[in-house]
Ligand binder design. Structure first.
Ligand code: NDP
Length: 250
């Protein structure tokens, strides 16, 4: 299912007044989404494990004249449930509500047959891609309930909708991501102002794609910047009513 209608372009202040949290903001798709949402007027909370990259993005956003972003340095691979509880209360001290949450951070992990997959690598991948996603979502839900129209986007993948050989824990984690989206969307549908969707970016020229396909010419894939309107659309009120959908950016 496609995302933003073909002719849709965000207004200059499409996300003005909204506060959004984006994980994996330090590079790739997450960095491009963060910058674009800030340029569309949002206050963006940049979550990642690489503080210097987050600071560099902070400086870039400040130079555009966009609202001052926030930086949340945290390693999703080692953060505990208590860390997420503390994080959400710290965030709640500086904002009155959270309008959007983009779960973008992921690990690719080993591209190996299941028979040769390393168990500790599997656990680490599930920790970042699934468990941290669950814990961050759950602990931020009360802040999102305070927003009149809130939106959660889970980042999926083609291999999270159809399993393929040698995609191992990454593919399984993306099936789990789709499951989390469906269950949460069904729970929130009738009772909440929060809409919940998953988005498969498709092939995008990032470090992850280049690692997964080392023999591919990277220029054959779009840049993250070319696709950001889909995330802006899902974070904006223009997508009101889009809920419980498994979407694709390409
Ligand atoms: P990148 O590898 O370029 O970026 C991943 C981001 O996640 C980085 O900011 C990285 O931080 C962050 N991250 C990884 N592990 C952790 C962690 N433990 N704690 C905090 N942050 C972490 O990937 P893409 O931009 O390509 O991918 C973004 C999303 O899109 C992912 O969910 C991916 O699965 C999905 N996707 C991408 C496709 C593509 O073709 N690119 C295709 C289909 C889906 P750091 O800078 O520290 O490494």
């Amino acid at each position: 299912m496609p995302v933003a209608p073909d002719s849709w372009e965000p207004a200059a202040s499409e996300l003005s007044g909204k506060t959004l949290l984006i994980t994996g903001a330090s590079e790739g798709i997450g960095r491009a989404i963060s910058l674009a949402c800030a340029e569309a007027g949002a206050e963006v909370l940049l979550l990642g494990r690489n503080e210097s990259r987050l600071e560099s993005l902070y400086d870039t956003i400040m130079r555009t004249g966009a609202p001052t972003p926030g930086i949340i340095p945290i390693d999703l691979g080692s953060a505990t449930y208590d860390d997420f509880v503390n994080l959400s209360s710290t965030i709640a001290q500086s904002i009155t509500r959270l309008d959007g949450l983009v779960h973008n951070a992921s690990l690719l992990g080993d591209r190996k047959p299941i028979a040769q997959t390393n168990a500790s690598g599997w656990h680490q991948l599930m920790q970042v891609n699934v468990n941290a996603t669950f814990m961050l979502t759950q602990t931020l839900l009360p802040l999102m309930e305070l927003a009149p129209k809130a939106s959660i986007v889970f980042t999926s993948s083609g291999v999270g909708r159809r399993g393929r050989a040698y995609w191992g824990g990454y593919a399984v984690s993306k099936f789990a991501t789709e499951g989390l989206m469906e269950v949460l969307a069904d729970e929130l549908g009738a009772t909440s102002n929060i809409r919940v969707n998953s988005l498969n970016p498709g092939a995008v020229n990032t470090a992850m794609r280049r690692a997964a396909y080392p023999a591919e010419n990277p220029d054959t894939n779009p840049s993250p910047e070319a696709l950001v309107n889909h995330w802006i659309y899902l974070m904006s009120d223009a997508s009101e009513g889009v809920h419980g959908c498994a979407l694709s950016a390409q």
